[in-house]
Design a protein around this ligand. Structure first.
Ligand code: 13P
Length: 298
């Protein structure tokens, strides 16, 4: 069933857990997210990122995600990830998304406030919650393995931690529902061990008392996930590792067919099936960690 972003984060709040928010730019990934949620009994957030428009367009993926979520027994929020244009947000709202993110984190603060507040006005006409971002994680999820991401991870110029006092102003000036904040995670692959600042996270949570969002969820240790959830993270965005594991699973199938020497072709459907199986396994594993000891809530 389709669930509003606010309601799904309220479930996470009540259970001191985080809901997994998975980017799914293929039918295999969409099915894997939904099937993992049905299998585990945990609510889930199914995401389409604006930056993935070139992989699969919103007008294909949006209606597909909404239709599959509606008929599922799992509690699913269909969410737009990193919307940077209000017109794109509007299209997602019209397709029936129950959550959207407006990401003005690269804009000057005043502009981020202005456009985030416009996004909140837009959402008020729909059954939809709003996520906005303050601070910067140094790279976008399309930019795997960039120098920016590596710098951000090291606390370099790409990383701008969210300022807790500014976060408090930002929440009251915009009317958002949940806040994506920067405290040391980056999108994409880490080159070393991520250094998260739980002090920054706790200071933000003390001031805003609303659900907080971790972006760049790949590559974080189980212990860091737990500490982040205990400090108020209620939504964890996860993409790169799942995509990497699915790619590896597809390559293994292709290698095995070629190594057999039988001369048979590598069939596309065998690659997508292997990728789907690997995604389901990975999503189930991380959903159980994000549950932070909470029992299934379906
Ligand atoms: P990763 O790609 O690091 O898993 O992060 C995903 C994300 O934050 C999407 O917004």
């Amino acid at each position: 069933m389709l669930v509003n972003l606010r309601d799904i984060c309220a479930i996470a709040e009540q259970n001191n857990m985080a809901v997994g928010a998975f980017n799914a730019p293929s039918l295999e990934a969409v099915r894997a997210v939904i099937d993992a949620a049905e299998e585990t009994g945990y609510p889930v957030i199914l995401q389409h990122a604006e930056v993935h428009e070139n992989i699969v367009p919103l007008d294909v993926m949006g209606p597909t995600m909404v239709a599959l979520a509606e008929r599922s027994s799992a509690q699913i929020c269909v969410h737009l990830d990193h919307g940077e244009n209000l017109s794109y947000l509007h299209r997602a709202l019209e397709y029936g998304f129950t959550g959207v993110m407006f990401d003005g984190s690269t804009l000057p603060y005043e502009d981020n406030v202005y456009y985030s507040a416009r996004a909140a006005e837009m959402c008020s006409g729909y059954d939809c919650g709003l996520e906005c971002e303050l601070g910067s994680m140094g790279a976008r999820e399309g930019d795997v393995l960039t120098e920016d991401g590596a710098e951000a991870q090291a606390g370099g110029s790409g990383a701008v931690y969210t300022d807790p006092d500014q976060a408090s102003d930002f929440v009251s000036e915009t009317g958002l529902d949940i806040l994506a904040c920067s405290f040391g995670t980056v999108h994409g692959l880490y080159r070393g061990k991520p250094q998260l600042s739980f002090d920054v996270l706790k200071a933000i949570r003390d001031r805003v008392r609303i659900p907080l969002v971790m972006h760049g969820g790949s590559g974080v240790s189980d212990e860091d996930y737990r500490q982040a959830i205990d400090a108020g993270i209620r939504k964890i965005n996860y993409y790169t590792y799942g995509a990497k594991y699915a790619g590896e699973a597809a390559c293994e199938v292709a290698d095995a067919v070629r190594a057999s020497g039988a001369g048979s072709p590598v069939y596309w459907h065998d690659l997508t099936s292997a990728a789907y199986d690997r995604l389901v396994k990975d999503f189930i594993d991380v959903m159980k960690v994000f549950a932070n000891g909470a029992k299934p809530v379906a």
